[in-house]
Write a protein that binds this ligand. Structure first.
Ligand SMILES: [Zn+2]
Length: 408
């Protein structure tokens, strides 16, 4: 009997929709929830189990014994039908996790779907789609590295995210929602429920780190920032497609890790730095959680003189797994931790160099340039041509809306 059911489950798995995890899309699911009637990957099955059997009952397709009635349920529902029901009203700004997504995002997506049924009952999404949110988050101190409770206030109408040291006093900082980036930061902070918020301040990037002990609360903040960004973009660029705008809400970093880097003179010693590649911006820091990068390199297009290659120029020191980033103004000599690490860094940077610039990229470049020029060191960016993405018509709309334009 068990064998017949196992075989039948194998047949069901081949049906369209069932061959990918119902919650994250990972290929070849090995588990199923037999009361909901869906096929799941190992990670998502673990999340289902953690919600309790009153929400979801999971079994392994091969290792567990299946009753006829349980197989029938999975046959009657399946991933496609379940998705139509449980994902009927997912707001566009919601980040649907894929198999590489941070754990807390996957967990909260699954709980939102089956436990809170937020996408069957849109009024339950008010906390993140309403455009306003306030509450306390634990924020890492800039100097002392300890976390302190700070009151945060998000206002889509004002395009601001503020935080207060003292609740009734002026905010310590006012961030523009449209100009900040937010990413989950568990590998760096060691806390699952943590976010890294990055923004430009006085011509350079500033990072802040926050967490909340409740994974639902931190995810709600993340989603609220995304939703506010989307709504503002929709107003600023009425002609843009939703897909185009969604790609600009939040970015995970393409790559982070320690590299060794020389100073401006190639005879300088290599120093260990924490590198973060954020879209076209390659930042380096003394410590992974520094509030400010020590330096920021804007990576332009290959046609403007940017390139990356293995090794170092003749006469320069090669420290193990070296590679060279050429910019119009300087060669950066870098060294990775291993052959594989170097290959991955070169790969992600190469992709950036080959990608045409968008107006948003130029905004970032212009602001970094301003800083470098002001301090009299160097101009790291020389051209604002070669744009694709949002058209100049949209750029014009943005200016007309009264936003500050950095694109010259
Ligand atoms: Zn999954």
């Amino acid at each position: 009997m068990a064998d017949a059911n196992e075989k039948f489950l194998g047949e069901l798995l081949k049906k369209s929709g069932n061959n990918e995890c119902a919650d994250c899309g990972a290929k070849n699911p090995e588990w199923a929830s037999y009361n909901i009637g869906i096929f799941l990957c190992t990670r998502c099955a673990g999340v289902h189990r953690s919600m309790g059997a009153h929400i979801s009952k999971v079994k392994h397709l091969k290792l567990d014994r299946w009753e006829d009635s349980q197989v029938t349920r999975v046959r009657e529902v399946g991933n496609n039908a379940a998705r139509l029901y449980y994902e009927e009203r997912v707001p566009p700004c919601y980040r649907r996790p894929n198999q590489d997504a941070p754990q807390v995002l996957v967990e909260q997506w699954i709980r939102a779907k089956y436990e809170r049924e937020e996408f069957c009952h849109p009024e339950r999404q008010n906390q993140y789609v309403s455009g306003f949110m306030e509450g306390f988050l634990m924020k890492r101190g800039k100097e002392d590295a300890r976390y302190h409770p700070r009151k945060f206030v998000l206002s889509e109408a004002d395009d601001t995210l503020k935080y207060h040291v003292k609740e009734n006093k002026d905010p310590k900082a006012i961030l523009r929602i449209s100009e900040l980036n937010v990413a989950f930061a568990p590998p760096k902070t060691g806390n699952q429920n943590s976010l890294q918020i990055s923004f430009m301040k006085d011509g350079s990037t500033r990072h802040i780190y926050v967490y909340h002990e409740d994974p639902e609360v931190i995810t709600t903040w993340y989603l609220a920032i995304r939703c506010a960004k989307l709504h503002r973009l929709q107003v600023a660029y009425p002609g843009a497609s939703e897909k185009e705008l969604l790609s600009q809400l939040t970015r995970d970093f393409a790559r982070e890790g320690f590299l060794w880097k020389t100073g401006p003179r190639h005879s300088d010693a290599y120093k260990k730095r924490w590198f973060t590649l954020d879209n076209r911006k390659l930042m380096y820091h003394d410590d992974p959680m520094d509030a400010h990068p020590k330096g920021e390199i804007f990576i332009g297009h290959s046609s403007e003189g940017f390139s990356i290659k293995t090794g170092v120029p003749p006469g320069a020191k090669d420290q193990g797994f070296s590679f060279t980033l050429e910019t119009p103004d300087r060669s950066f000599l870098l060294s990775a931790q291993s052959e594989d690490d170097r290959a991955q860094w070169i790969n992600v940077i190469q992709k950036v160099i080959q990608k045409p610039l968008t107006p948003q990229d130029a905004t970032v470049a212009a602001r970094l340039v301003r800083k470098r020029t002001a301090s009299g060191t160097m101009n790291i960016f020389s051209s604002t041509s070669n744009f694709i993405g949002l058209s100049s018509r949209l750029q014009f709309t943005r200016n007309k809306m009264g936003h500050e334009s950095m694109v010259k």
